[in-house]
Ligand binder design. Structure first.
Ligand SMILES: [Zn+2]
Length: 327
């Protein structure tokens, strides 16, 4: 029988679990739940269990059929101790949660915890846009902006596990306060949350936009900048809506400067951009690509390949499963 593991991707708006065939990267069963910023540690763990159970059920497998469970979560993680140290974009009441231990207690299989973009990078390295590439950087634009570095074919964790956090590098020292508490960080300007906040602000100020017509589909209270879905934003940009084009161009310009910093600092062969808004909105991807090449060292900027993630929504769960099976 093929080898399987469960991968869990715990993001700012949803938690997705998948049973993955770790030999070919195919997802054979999934479970999905929304996340809630109000969750304490017990509820957070319950959401993980519920999605794992659903994924196993969907795959028609039992826990004895999987080699382990890997979890990626949007937060600071101590991979060695299997600990979630804290999370800026999820519940603030969750600190030093021994996630790996809790999962092993419940399921009796080994568990691994990583940062959510690190698992996505491993997914892309194993079966996606990073396959066969030894030096690349993954940047995911969503509720926040996450990043991960693959060097010499392996994930760069950094001394305390935080390597690659491009979203929390400073683009304006007198700028906006970031979700992490820092100031002027890139994700306060270029994340989906930042784009959504800017769009809703313009609409409230009374600026004419096709988005107002699409407003029945907009829920301003939705978490993590999901009030305006990527598909709607893409539609507005394609119809050359002034407000949408300007705001996306501004966010993409900030993102492009961030990518230029990566190119100069890390000199990767490839940069893989992921996240629903990157997938859906061409203007965001293309502007960031152009600005990055313009602002980086000329030779490095010319040579770097900037591509979209190949596994879409599944890069995280696939990577988490690969890590779980490898350890
Ligand atoms: Zn920050």
């Amino acid at each position: 029988m093929a080898r399987h593991a469960i991968g869990v991707d715990f993001g700012g708006t949803k938690v997705l679990a998948a049973v993955v065939n770790v030999e070919n990267g195919k997802v054979v069963g999934t479970g999905k739940k929304r996340t809630s910023a109000g969750d304490g540690p017990d509820n957070l763990m319950k959401r993980i269990y519920a999605t794992c159970d659903a994924a196993l059920n969907d795959a028609g497998l039992s826990i004895e059929d999987v080699e382990g469970i890997g979890v990626g979560i949007a937060g600071q993680v101590d991979a060695e101790r299997g600990l979630l140290i804290g999370t800026a974009n999820l519940s603030r009441s969750v600190v030093d949660l021994p996630m790996a231990e809790r999962i092993t207690e419940r399921y009796g299989v080994p568990a691994q915890i990583r940062n959510d973009v690190q698992i996505a990078a491993v997914g892309e390295l194993s079966f996606g846009a990073g396959k066969g590439i030894d030096d690349f950087v993954c940047i995911f634009v969503g509720t926040g902006i996450g990043g991960a570095i693959i060097q010499h074919g392996a994930l760069v964790k950094g001394y305390t596990g935080n390597a690659g956090e491009l979203g929390h590098t400073t683009v304006d020292i007198e700028g906006r306060i970031c979700g992490c508490g820092g100031r002027g960080h890139l994700e306060s300007y270029a994340s989906r949350t930042a784009i959504t906040a800017a769009l809703l602000g313009e609409l409230r100020r009374g600026h004419k936009s096709i988005l107002s017509e699409l407003l029945p589909d907009v829920d301003p209270a939705a978490p993590g900048g999901t009030a305006i879905r990527s598909g709607i934003l893409s539609k507005a940009v394609k119809s050359k809506d002034d407000v949408a084009v300007q705001i996306v161009t501004s966010a993409a310009t900030y993102l492009g400067y961030g990518l230029a910093s990566i190119i100069n600092f890390q000199n990767p062969q490839r940069i893989i951009l992921g996240g629903g808004v990157i997938e859906a909105v061409d203007l965001l991807f293309e502007t960031a690509d152009r600005v990055a090449r313009r602002e980086a060292f000329p030779y490095a900027g010319e040579r770097v390949e900037i591509v979209r993630a190949a596994l879409g929504d599944n890069s995280g769960v696939v990577g988490a499963a690969v890590i779980a099976a490898a350890t």
